[in-house]
Every structure is written in C-alpha cells, then in structure tokens.
Design a protein around this ligand. Structure first.
Ligand SMILES: [Zn+2]
Length: 250
C-alpha cells in the first residue's frame, strides 16, 4: 500500500534572516519561514516527521524570534483535524535536533523516536555557535530530553518499514537525516534542513544546490546533495510555504 504524506502547518517564524537559509545570499534581508510537521499514513501506524517549535512565548524569550501560531496551528489542533490521535502515533522521526524540529516530541506518548546517533552526541555538546539552536543553554533542558526514554538511536541509512527509510544527510548538523517515502508512483524525500526551501534545491547561476547558511560541515553537506540527486526522488523542503500549500504528497 502506498504511503501518503501530509504537510501540517504549525506556525510561522517571522523575519528570519535570509542568509541563514540560503548560504551567503540575501545578507540584510529577512523573510517569513513555515514551521511544518509531516504526517505519514498508509502503513501500520501514523508516523510523524519533526514536531515543530515550543510556544510563542518561549520562542520570543529564548530565541528572540516572533512565532505566529494561531490556535488552529497548535500541533494538537492540527493533528485532530488530520484525524490522528497522538497516542496512536507509533514512530516520530526527528530529521535533526534543532529546537524547531523536536520541541513537541513529548506529545506522542507511545512513539519510538528515531534520531541519528551522531545527532544525539552532538546535541549534548555542540560548538558554541550552535548552542542556541540545540537549546543547550544555562537553565534550559533541550526539548528532546523530555522524551529521552523513547529515543532509538540509529546509524546511517535504515529501512524502518516497507516504503519508509531513513537517509543520513550530514552537513547542516552531523546527524541530519532525510525520510524517504514511497508514494503511489514516485518516491519523496523529506529532506529536513539539508533543504530548507525550494530555492535551496533549485540553486542559482552559481550553485546547483544552495546549502543552508547554518551548517557544521560544508564538505559533508555537498556530499549529501549528491546523495539526494542519486536517489532520483521528489525533494520536499522543511520550511517552504509552497509545501504547506501543496498539502499532501501521494
Ligand atoms: Zn536546523
């Protein structure tokens, strides 16, 4: 049975620095960024890929950004509209452990949570420029720790279920991973922040694909782009409003 992906809109981060999304492009400019939680159905149980940010207040206080999240975009409301009981979600996959991808892992009490082992170790002891993104700050407990007992660490590429695989895509972070999903006629890659937006994947006159402005290893990052090309799939970015507008991929 083919799997189906739904892109669930769980907030908008206002005025995000453009150069933090597209490497060395748009210095001094800002734009709004979509927060997206993905739901995969059609298998044994619902699967969630990435769980979004904390609250509006928390985001302002600890990250200095304005998050717009009306009640209908609260994660629980979005799931209810999609007909999913969080208790029925059997698997949560974090593409990586940046705060805007794992802050609601604890909403899913019965899920095993799939994270790359390299990501777990880096999230515990990131380099100074990356401390805030992992919420590794004095007085804060990183959000993924709240569901630590349910985390399963994986290494590299792993098939989780028929038509559903993890693909290790280091570069943005050491343990960034994509999720390869077999749809009816084509396969899709939920690329995490290896590909933030269509503009990153489409490239420009100078680069075939544009990395994020945020990375831990640019060499690994470019190799991950090549790995994605070789998959021959449709690439779904992590923070692009066009993905929310498309809504579902089958
Ligand atoms: Zn990230």
């Amino acid at each position: 049975m083919a799997l189906r992906i739904q892109a669930l809109h769980v907030g908008t981060l206002k005025d995000f620095p453009t150069a933090a999304i597209t490497y060395h492009r748009g210095f001094g400019e800002v734009h709004d960024v979509a927060m997206i939680m993905f739901l995969i159905t059609g298998g044994d149980h619902p699967v969630i890929v990435d769980t979004g940010t904390g609250s509006v207040e928390f985001t302002r206080q600890h990250h200095g950004y304005t998050l717009v999240r009306p009640p209908e975009q609260e994660p629980l409301a979005v799931l209810e509209r999609a007909g999913v009981d969080p208790a029925d979600v059997g698997t949560v996959i974090n593409t990586h452990l940046h705060w805007d991808h794992c802050s609601n892992n604890d909403l899913f009490p019965n899920a095993r949570i799939i994270v790359q082992r390299d990501e777990l170790s880096y999230a515990l002891d990131p380099l100074e420029p990356n401390l805030a993104a992992f919420e590794r700050l004095p007085g804060l407990v990183p959000p993924w720790v709240r569901a630590l007992d349910r985390i399963t660490a994986v290494r590299g590429d792993v098939e989780l279920a028929p038509g559903l695989s993890i693909v290790h895509l280091p570069g943005h972070t050491p343990g960034s991973q994509g999720v390869l999903v077999q749809g009816e006629e084509r396969s899709y890659l939920l690329a995490g922040d290896c590909v933030d937006s269509h503009a990153n994947w489409d490239g420009d006159a100078k680069l075939s694909h544009i990395p994020s402005g945020s990375f831990t290893n640019l060499h690994d990052y470019m190799d991950s782009f090549t790995k994605i090309e070789d998959l021959g799939c449709v690439v779904i970015p992590s923070h692009d409003f066009a993905v929310v507008e498309t809504g579902e991929y089958v």
